[in-house]
Ligand binder design. Structure first.
Ligand code: TTP
Ligand code: MG
Length: 353
C-alpha cells in the first residue's frame, strides 16, 4: 500500500479574521463574533487577542463579556464567510480534485498523486497558505501527514499562521504521547470514561488492547485502538460534485420580440458560463429553457465534445436552439444551463509554477 499524503487546512480565527480584514479599526483588538452579549447566545469564535482572556467558541457571550468587557461584539456575516470559503475551495481545487470540506474554513486534501512541486506535500501546503493569504488577505494553518487524523492534529500544532508535518516514521510515537482528549473523534464523555479506566494517552489506549476497548466502547473500540497507533484509513472524500449550473429569470413584463428574448438568453449564457469557470468546471452540454405566458415550458439541449471552451461557443448553440423553437407566444422566463460537467484540467495552472 502506498503511503498517502494528506493536508489539512484550517483558517485562523476564521469569522473574527474576516471582520478584522474588512474593518481595519478592529485589528489588534479582542473581537468576538456571535450573538449579542446581553442574550443567552454563545460565541461562534473570537480573535486571538480575545483568546488571551480565556474566551473561546461555544462560551456564553455573557461570560465572554465578563471576561473582557472592552471586547468588540459582532454578529456573524455568513454571506461573506461563504464567499471566502468558496474562494479557498477554488484555490485548493487547483492542486487536487480530492478536496473534502469539513466546514466553511476547513478541508482535507489528498495530494498523494498531485503533480505540483514535485509531489512535495509540504511545498504544496506552503503554496496553498501563501495563495490563500494573497487572494483573501487571511491566514490559514496547515497540517501534513499520512492520514486524516494526524493531518488535522498537525494543523493545530503551529496555529495561527503556521504549519507542521508528522512523518510516517513519527506517527506512532506522536499518537502514543497524545492525551486522549486531543484525538479528534474522542468526545468529552468518552475521554472522561477513558480517564476513569486509567487511560490518559494514546499509549494507554494501545496497551489497554483492542478487545478491552471494544468491550467498553463497542464498535468504536477498534477505531480508538487504531488511532492510538496513528492509524487511520478513512479516505478523503471529494465534495459532492455539482451536476449542473444555470442562470434564469422571470421578466417583469413578458417579452414579445426575438431580439429581446435572444439578448436575455445570451446574458444568461454569459452568467452561467462565468459561474462554471469560477467553479473550475467545463461543460459538455448547454440547455435553454423558455416559459411562455400560457405557462407552457420547453427545454432544449445540445452536447459537444470535448466541451465548450468559451461562452461564445455555447451561445452559437443557444441561438440555434432558440431559432428551432416553433412557438411564438410572449415569453415570461428564459434560462441557460450547463450540465455534463467535468473538472477543468490543471494544465493552465501548471504553467504558473
Ligand atoms: P474553527 O476552525 O474551530 O475556529 P476558528 O477558525 O475561529 O479558530 P482557529 O484559529 O482555532 O481555527 O471554526 C471555524 C469557524 O466556525 C469559526 O470562525 C466560527 C465557526 N464556529 C462556530 O460558529 N461555533 C463553534 O463552536 C466553532 C468551534 C466554530
Ligand atoms: Mg479555523
Amino acid at each position: 500500500m502506498t503511503i498517502r499524503k494528506i493536508i489539512h487546512i484550517d483558517m485562523d480565527a476564521f469569522f473574527a479574521s474576516v471582520e478584522q480584514r474588512d474593518f481595519p479599526e478592529l485589528r489588534g483588538k479582542p473581537v468576538i463574533v456571535g450573538g449579542p452579549p446581553n442574550s443567552r447566545s454563545v460565541v461562534a469564535t473570537c480573535s486571538y487577542e480575545a483568546r488571551k482572556y480565556g474566551i473561546h467558541s461555544a462560551m456564553a457571550t455573557a461570560k465572554a463579556k465578563r471576561l473582557c468587557p472592552h471586547a468588540v461584539f459582532l454578529r456573524p456575516r455568513f454571506e461573506v464567510y461563504r464567499q471566502v470559503s468558496q474562494k479557498i475551495r477554488q484555490i485548493m481545487l487547483t492542486v487536487t480534485p480530492l478536496v473534502e470540506p469539513l466546514s466553511l474554513d476547513e478541508a482535507y486534501l489528498d495530494v498523494t498523486d498531485s503533480n505540483f512541486y514535485a509531489n512535495s506535500a509540504t511545498r504544496i501546503a506552503e503554496y496553498l497558505r501563501a495563495t490563500i493569504q494573497q487572494q483573501t488577505r487571511l491566514t490559514a494553518s496547515a497540517g501534513i501527514s499520512y492520514n486524516k487524523m494526524l493531518a488535522k492534529i498537525a494543523s493545530d500544532l503551529n496555529k495561527p499562521n503556521g504549519m507542521a508535518v508528522i512523518l510516517p516514521q513519527e506517527g506512532a510515537s506522536f499518537a502514543a504521547g497524545l492525551p486522549v482528549e486531543k484525538f479528534h473523534g474522542i468526545g468529552r464523555a468518552t475521554a472522561a470514561k477513558m480517564h476513569e479506566l486509567g487511560i490518559k494517552t494514546g499509549a494507554d489506549m494501545r496497551d489497554f488492547g483492542e478487545k478491552s476497548l471494544i468491550k467498553y466502547f463497542g464498535k468504536l473500540g477498534s477505531f480508538y485502538y487504531n488511532i492510538a497507533m496513528g492509524n487511520d484509513t478513512r479516505p478523503v472524500r471529494a465534495s459532492r460534485v455539482c451536476k449542473s449550473i444555470a442562470s434564469e429569470a422571470t421578466f417583469a413584463q413578458d417579452l414579445h420580440n426575438d431580439d429581446d428574448i435572444l439578448a436575455a438568453l445570451f446574458a444568461h449564457n454569459q452568467e452561467a458560463f462565468h459561474d462554471l469557470q469560477s467553479k473550475n468546471m467545463c461543460a459538455r452540454t448547454v440547455s435553454i429553457k423558455i416559459k411562455y405566458n400560457d405557462f407552457s415550458q420547453i427545454t432544449r439541449s445540445h452536447s459537444v465534445t470535448p466541451h465548450f471552451f468559451t461562452a461564445k461557443d455555447a451561445s452559437l448553440w443557444v441561438e440555434k436552439m432558440y431559432q428551432n423553437t416553433a412557438k411564438h407566444l410572449p415569453v415570461r422566463l428564459v434560462g441557460v444551463g450547463f450540465s455534463n460537467l467535468i473538472a477543468r484540467s490543471d494544465n493552465r495552472q501548471l504553467t504558473l509554477f
